[in-house]
Design a protein around this ligand. Structure first.
Ligand code: NAD
Ligand code: UDP
Length: 353
């Protein structure tokens, strides 16, 4: 049996781009196994696999092993580990809507924390001790200084239960690594992932009205929504709108490939957080202008009050990623907008075309 990478949540936005990137590599030696409960990904009625994975198979000529299971289903996870020679896990599966997590904290703690613990227990049972975890810059809470480096305190002033699930999972994995030197865990702290695969065939396909800026802008561009509300025009930033470190999802996917390569280094052990961003912040109004330039579409927008829980500015210090992974983002904000537009304009209704 060839070695496999288990990708939890691999039918979702970041997961599908990472799966595509792994399979597109000439030197890929892994089978890809995806477990996803389809709670935030789409599968048409007469297909066995989610549409994103079906398209990746089509693009790469590879077969993806797919299991439509919840990661809290211990028996199902056990069967997956029995069926495949799993060498490491990339763990994307989680609920991620910040606002919803305030309304439904127990559902978020159950899915994200119980789900992660169940996965770690099943991994341990099968002697698999290498994990790449999808974390978030939200673990830093309100920035005490910028840029945010990995030494910045975590866990203080996090504004949502969702953010706390990411922080708690990191703490759990830190304790696990301290208890047993066989574990290697790389926690990738994403800044703001945007963009889509350059082919336009896979991209971000949120259910309902998007909460995040980029999918909202692109749905305005395609005519599904009438105008963008810019949350806050009085932040202490150059133009008053909030500043974030947007990173192209393909750069993010490359970061995961580099993380897996780091597992091959025998000197690497334990728990290691690493920021994945570009190191540069852009404001909401700058993103609107960039999208207009890249797409040729006008984005009607109106500045309104601030959104609860938002901070003014954040951006990453990315020197550790360069040092440990030999990784840096190469795609520009214009690339991010152009690829988002290609995906959205060629798939106006997402995967349900
Ligand atoms: P997504 O919702 O598109 O993908 C997550 C996938 O996991 C979905 O396909 C969903 O069906 C699946 N899933 C959810 N709960 C599951 C469960 N209990 N069992 C099995 N499958 C389950 O989200 P995404 O944007 O691709 O995010 C992936 C990861 O990255 C998440 O852990 C998220 O918290 C983290 N992250 C995302 C962002 C972002 O802005 N997209 C930023 C920072 C961190
Ligand atoms: N934002 C906005 N209008 C929207 C969605 C987001 O002005 O409809 C702003 C938000 O206030 C923040 C930035 O865009 O300054 C990025 O927000 P997003 O929700 O995409 O990511 P976050 O950084 O909050 O995780």
């Amino acid at each position: 049996m060839p070695p496999s990478i288990l990708v939890t949540g691999g039918a979702g936005y970041v997961g599908s781009h990472t799966v595509a990137t792994l399979l597109e590599r000439d030197d890929n030696r892994y089978d890809i196994v995806v477990v996803d409960n389809l709670s935030n990904s789409y599968r048409s009625e007469n297909e066995k696999k989610p549409e994103a994975l079906r398209r990746i198979e089509d693009m790469t000529g590879s077969t993806i092993h797919f299991y439509a299971n919840d990661i809290r289903d211990r028996a199902a996870l056990n069967r997956i580990f029995e069926n495949h020679e799993i060498e490491c896990v990339i763990h994307f599966a989680a609920l991620k809507a910040v606002g919803e997590s305030v309304e439904k904290p127990l559902e978020y703690y159950q899915a994200n924390i119980t789900g992660t613990c169940t996965l770690l227990e099943v991994m341990r049972e099968h002697g698999v001790t290498q994990l790449v975890y999808s974390s978030s810059c939200t673990v830093y809470g309100e920035p005490q200084k910028l840029p945010l480096d990995e030494g910045h305190p975590t866990g203080q002033g996090i504004s949502s239960p969702y953010g706390r699930t990411k922080y708690f999972c990191e703490e759990i994995m830190k304790d696990l690594c301290a208890s047993d030197q066989n574990w290697k865990v790389i926690s990738l702290r994403y800044f703001n992932p945007v963009g889509a695969h350059g082919s336009g065939r896979i991209g971000e396909d949120p259910y309902g009205i998007p909460n995040n800026l980029m999918p909202f802008i692109s749905q305005v561009a395609v005519g599904r929504l009438s105008e963008l509300l810019v949350f806050g025009g009085d932040y202490p930033t150059a133009d008053g709108s909030g500043v974030r470190d947007y990173i192209h999802v393909q750069d993010l996917a490359d970061g995961h490939v580099r993380a897996i390569q780091l597992f091959q280094d025998p000197r690497f052990v334990g728990f290691q957080p690493i920021n994945l961003g570009t190191g540069t912040g852009y404001s909401v109004l700058q993103m609107v202008a960039a999208f207009e330039a890249a797409s040729g579409c006008k984005i009607p927008h109106r500045v309104v009050g601030r959104r609860a829980g938002d901070i003014a500015t954040n951006y990453a210090d990315v020197s550790l990623a360069r040092q440990l992974l030999g990784w840096g983002a190469s795609r520009t904000v214009i690339d991010m907008c152009r690829d988002t537009w290609k995906w959205q304009s060629e798939n106006p209704n997402g995967y349900k075309n």
